[in-house]
Design a protein around this ligand. Structure first.
Ligand SMILES: Nc1ncnc2c1ncn2[C@@H]1O[C@H](COP(=O)(O)OP(=O)(O)O)[C@@H](O)[C@H]1O
Ligand SMILES: [Mg+2]
Length: 391
């Protein structure tokens, strides 16, 4: 299982204050580790089960929004296919983490990392150290003396695992590239070559909410498995199941409110339940609304209000903070701006004009090198359109 959020103290944000929950995250505790533990996603799971049984599977794209079980399914599939060789023949890499990984950090040797405390080094640090060494050696073999640049490092991160010899000839290796929507065109092209060279022994699983703008060559080499947004009933059944397992008392209305507020994201549904259940004897509908407001929602509301009032510089500053300090993804911010806009009382013509801008910027962000510039342009045009709405 991926080592995400397994800490014992989990900070949650409730209406602007951070609450420390002294227990493991429930969304990690209840991450499905077998097909039976998934709720919904019947089609995707029956497809994957039959592929695993027949052992004939190609590269795959797990396509669907956040919190629908894509990462969990990749791990269950990997375990089923690889059995005892899972630990050596399965690798999960997050493309966004790779893209933001600094070249300077990757220069640290494994010996230097070993001297750090366990909590100060991650699995990714260790992998990137090996990647840097390998990329440097490859460049040296070609007679180049300079160390690898960021793009060479990224390519090597994928090549290194694909190229290592499998432990047993019977098994292929599975490389999961999570958040693959963060791949740019260069990376996709390099990846296509890697996929061809190592196609005998390696299979790729791309996890992404969208394949818009993807190279047709990559799509045609992969089987698309869809993870659609679950229905309200499916989320309610998950919330009910976890409430029972944790002995949480919860109103029917509160269950329905969680399902609604989670917007189809099961991770979010579980997080809301956990925060609402902390420190209250019974989870009520009001309790759910108090906790479901995240910092991103609050900050984006401020941002859009400032943009509408023509206070562009202040809005841009909040945007910068959200990306550079709070670590929100530009795509996540764009989605939240879209949600916020639709809740505002614009007249229909203005609303459609702004939403059209959001859609254009969202599309451009996929192609652009710097999504911050695109979002800044969006803020400017929201201000412009809102001003003409007011007149
Ligand atoms: N289909 C599902 N059934 C049960 N739990 C789910 C399901 N999808 C998501 N979850 C919950 O949400 C968390 C995140 O799921 P994950 O597989 O990482 O989703 P994704 O990769 O689609 O964002 C899991 O740890 C699990 O608790
Ligand atoms: Mg995931």
């Amino acid at each position: 299982m991926p080592q995400i959020g397994t800490t014992l103290f989990c900070p949650f944000l409730i209406s602007g204050t951070v609450l420390i929950v002294d227990s493991p995250l429930w969304c990690v505790k209840y991450r499905p580790d077998s097909w039976e533990k998934f709720v919904g996603q019947e089609q995707a799971i029956s497809h994957l089960r039959s592929l695993a049984t027949s052992s004939t599977y190609s590269n795959m794209i797990f396509l669907g929004p956040s919190g629908t079980g894509k990462t969990s399914a990749a791990f269950v599939f990997g375990r089923e296919i690889l059995g005892d060789t899972f630990a050596t023949n399965f690798k999960h890499l997050n493309v966004r983490d790779l893209r933001y990984y600094s070249v300077a950090k990757s220069k640290r040797s494994l010996q230097a990392l070993a001297k750090l405390d366990r909590q100060d080094r991650t699995e990714l640090d260790e992998y990137m150290s090996a990647v840097f060494k390998s990329a440097k050696a490859r460049l040296k073999a070609k007679g180049r003396t300079r160390g690898p640049n960021k793009s060479q490092l990224l390519q090597e991160a994928i090549r290194l695992f694909a190229s290592t010899i499998t432990v047993s000839d019977e098994f292929v290796k599975i490389l999961v590239l999570d958040e693959s929507d963060a791949m740019d065109m260069n990376m996709q092209q390099a990846l296509r070559r890697t996929m061809e060279i190592y196609s005998d022994a390696s299979r790729f699983i791309f996890i992404t909410p969208s394949i818009a703008g993807w190279s047709p060559a990559l799509i045609s080499r992969s089987l698309v498995v869809r993870f659609p947004s679950p229905s309200v009933e499916v989320i309610e059944s998950l919330v009910t199941r976890i409430s029972k397992a944790e002995g949480v008392k919860i109103d029917e209305d509160a269950i329905a409110a969680i399902a609604r507020e989670s917007s189809g994201d099961m991770r979010r549904a579980i997080n809301i339940l956990q925060v609402a259940a902390t420190g209250s004897a019974k989870v009520t509908e009001d309790g759910v609304y108090e906790c479901s407001e995240t910092q991103l929602v609050t900050e984006v509301r401020r941002l859009v209000t400032l943009a509408c009032d023509g206070q562009f510089t202040k809005a841009r500053k909040i945007l910068r903070n959200l990306i550079a300090i709070e670590g929100h993804t530009p795509e996540g911010i764009c989605l939240e701006i879209e949600r916020d806009i639709t809740r505002r009382p614009f007249d229909p013509a203005t609303l459609s004009q702004i939403l059209d801008r959001v859609a254009t910027i969202n599309h451009r962000m996929l192609q652009a090198k710097n999504p911050f510039i695109q979002l800044t342009a969006l803020l400017a045009s929201i201000g412009h359109v809102a001003a003409s709405d007011a007149t």
